[in-house]
Design a protein around this ligand. Structure first.
Ligand code: ADE
Length: 224
């Protein structure tokens, strides 16, 4: 998979993409991530990428020209399955969206700033608008990093044990059951007997029951 990210702050991605699973996924060739600084696409002499909004009011708007120039350049080079805009008024990100996006070949992700992007970009280029939650971040970059992480870990071969993505919380609309590791007793706090029983059927049953119990208590909305 190829992911192109359009941003005013490419350095913000240095951390999340240079460690752990995202780093390994890139090293193993499962994904290539390309950062594009929108300022490089501004043709005015001060490299401006924002301007006052028509009609007045506080807050700057990201200008149409640099974004359009970057998108057009990329679209001329390959076909994109989705051009995604990260915005608090987008569709709320959930596992199903990441699952769908993980089977794509080329996706573009546009990060907004200030008051957002000129609406004409949304009307003419964007195929999907995604929010990572009902709160406002300073820009779309952290949201894009969250989206990319949730997608890349689902690409076959990225996780060592492929089944571990399938047993993640949310994959079957259930939260994950509790997990334990050694020692079996710590401070008098015991690991549930059944997990030490060596009986795979009993263990599976216990995990299903616990997943359901946890979901009922914490996220009953998932069971609707
Ligand atoms: N940009 C600012 N806030 C955001 C959010 N909650 N989700 C996605 N993009 C955003």
């Amino acid at each position: 998979m190829r992911i192109d990210i359009l941003t005013l702050l490419p350095k913000l991605f240095d951390g999340p993409f240079s460690d752990s699973i995202l780093k390994r996924a890139q090293e193993k060739g499962h994904v290539t991530i390309h950062l594009h600084n929108l300022r490089d696409y501004s043709t005015d002499k001060h490299k401006n990428v924002d301007d006052y909004q028509y009609g007045g009011g506080a807050g700057m708007v990201m200008r149409v020209e640099p974004i359009a120039a970057c998108i057009e350049k990329l679209k001329a080079e390959r076909e994109y399955d989705e051009i995604i805009y990260m915005t608090p008024d987008g569709e709320l990100l959930e596992q199903g969206i990441s699952n769908q996006l993980s089977i794509n070949t080329n996706i573009m992700v546009l990060c907004g700033h200030y008051k957002g992007v000129d609406e004409r970009i949304r009307e003419h280029y964007i195929s999907k608008e995604i929010s990572i939650g009902s709160y406002v971040l300073s820009g779309g970059e952290l949201a894009a990093a969250v989206l990319v992480d949730s997608i890349v870990r689902l690409i076959p071969g990225v996780l060592n044990d492929e089944t571990s993505a399938l047993t993640d919380s949310f994959q079957d609309n259930l939260l994950s059951p509790p997990v334990y590791t050694r020692p079996p007793s710590f401070n008098g706090w015991e690991v549930p007997e059944v997990l030490l029983s060596g009986n795979p059927k009993e263990i599976e049953l216990w995990r299903e029951r616990e997943a359901l119990r946890r979901t009922k208590i914490r996220r009953p909305d998932l069971l609707d």
